[in-house]
Every structure is written in structure tokens, then in C-alpha cells.
Design a protein around this ligand. Structure first.
Ligand code: FES
Length: 193
């Protein structure tokens, strides 16, 4: 093809575009080197987070980071625990058959001890952080308390069990954890302190 008739402006654009693509390509090439410098998977899996829960008032939620993920710790009142039975008929998986939790948290409280919920605060739809809405009527008139995800409207009860007919497919996950020091502390990431 002859050089005549080639649009010089178009050529400049194509040259610039190729340069940008080249730079992005170099970014991808760099990823394996950066990955090699990060801690091994075994080290990351062993990482734990300790939280002091001795100053939590009844009804309060504390959020801590574990392996870069938000973990909600809630000190539930007897009134809050009573709502778990009230909403059971409206839940997609009230017995947590298809959800992720250690064996000791496979109960209606989804916890080692009913008073304390320790849960990954990550919506199982697309990973937003649901809002803690513990008060009756806070989200809908018949709301008993729970979690509301503002991204696409998923709803969970005060044990992180998902309601029917919302985008989220399963209950929120419960990580391995231990209560210790007379229930004044929580160790997240391990079953025993
Ligand atoms: S991410 Fe929570 S509803 Fe979509």
C-alpha cells in the first residue's frame, strides 16, 4: 500500500495507542514478580486477629480486619436472639445447610456462644459490606433487626442468615474463631486460642 493517502493524524493516534497497550502489557508482566514477594499462602492462612470485646455494650457491633477482610463481632441481647426464631420462616437457609461456617457455629445462633456473633461482614452476592441495622423497623416496617446490603438490597437476620428472594445466594460466612480469657477476647482465624 502506498504511503500516499495515509492519514498522518490517524497514524499518530495508532502509534500512541500501541504505546499505551505496551505499557499495560508491561504491568501484567510485572505481576508474577510482585506475587513472589508476598507472604506464602501458608503464612497468610495462619494469620490471626485478636480482638478485645470486654468493653462491648449489649447490642454493640465491633468490626475488625482479619486477613484484610471485615469481621463483625456483635454482642447480642436476649431480645435480639429472640428475633432469630421469629424470622426463621422467611429465610432461605435457616439451618445453615448450604452456608460456610465451622461445625460449632452450625446452629441457629451461628456461633459458639449465643451472645457473640463473629461473622465475615461480606455480602455473599457481590461482596459489599452490609449495614448493621439491629433495631426493629429500621429497614422495613416488619424488620426485626439484621443486616441490609445497600448494593442490591440483600437482607440478613441477626445471625447473618439470608432472607428469601434477595440477590445474595447464601448466609454470610463464619470464620474459625475462639473465645478466650473469660470471653473478654476473640481470636479470629483459629479454633483455639
Ligand atoms: S452485593 Fe450485597 S446485594 Fe449485591
Amino acid at each position: 500500500m502506498s504511503e500516499q493517502g495515509v492519514d498522518k493524524g490517524k497514524r499518530r493516534f495508532l502509534t500512541a495507542a500501541t504505546t499505551v497497550v505496551g505499557a499495560v502489557g508491561a504491568g501484567f508482566v510485572a505481576v508474577p514478580f510482585i506475587k513472589n514477594m508476598s507472604p506464602s499462602e501458608a503464612v497468610k492462612a495462619a494469620a490471626t486477629t485478636e480482638a478485645d470485646i470486654s468493653k462491648m455494650d449489649p447490642g454493640m457491633q465491633l468490626t475488625v480486619l482479619w486477613q484484610g477482610k471485615p469481621v463483625a463481632i456483635v454482642r447480642r441481647t436476649p431480645e435480639m436472639l429472640a428475633t432469630l426464631d421469629k424470622v426463621a420462616g422467611e429465610l432461605a437457609d435457616p439451618n445453615s445447610s448450604d452456608s460456610v461456617q465451622p461445625a460449632y457455629a452450625k446452629n441457629k445462633y451461628r456461633s459458639r456462644k449465643p451472645e457473640y456473633l463473629v461473622m465475615l461482614s461480606i455480602c455473599t452476592h457481590l461482596g459489599c459490606v452490609p449495614l448493621y441495622k439491629p433495631k426493629p423497623g429500621e429497614v422495613t416496617p416488619d424488620w426485626q433487626g439484621g443486616y441490609f446490603c445497600p448494593c442490591h438490597g440483600s437482607k440478613y437476620d441477626l445471625a447473618g442468615r439470608v432472607f428469601k428472594n434477595v440477590p445474595a445466594p447464601r448466609n454470610m460466612d463464619i470464620p474459625p474463631y475462639a473465645l478466650f480469657d473469660g470471653d473478654k477476647k476473640v481470636l479470629i482465624g483459629k479454633d483455639q486460642a
